[in-house]
Design a protein around this ligand. Structure first.
Ligand code: F3S
Ligand code: F3S
Length: 105
């Protein structure tokens, strides 16, 4: 799977959503999260993010390692909806996002 990391927090550019062929990038409160079971590793989202927030799971920078788990934890209650468009914005986040002070100010 691919993972969205800290640079997305409070930015939510959403360019990535347009690229994903399986609509597996879901919107949370302060960032977007890639569904680890729905992502087919096409990689199309990675180059379009203007803040370089997206990484293949093996390439997530050490400082953002917790985001691999965060992208999975976000779906604990949602399960596997099979498409983000019908789910829409979900007004919640998970750690470590929840504890981060406002970014980019
Ligand atoms: Fe976030 Fe980048 Fe997508 S900022 S919403 S991962 S394009
Ligand atoms: Fe979609 Fe990116 Fe995975 S475009 S299939 S989330 S690698």
């Amino acid at each position: 799977t691919y993972v969205i990391a800290e640079p997305c927090v409070d930015v939510l550019d959403k360019a990535c959503i347009e690229e994903c062929p399986v609509d597996c990038i879901y919107e949370g409160g302060r960032m977007l999260y890639i569904h680890p079971d729905e992502c087919v590793d096409c990689g199309a989202c990675e180059p379009v993010c203007p803040v370089e927030a997206i990484y293949y799971e093996d390439d997530v920078p050490e400082e953002w390692a917790a985001y691999t788990k965060a992208n999975a934890d976000f779906f604990d209650e949602l399960g596997s909806p099979g498409g983000a468009a019908k789910v829409g914005k979900v007004n919640k986040d998970v750690e470590p996002v929840t504890s981060l002070p406002p970014q980019g100010e």
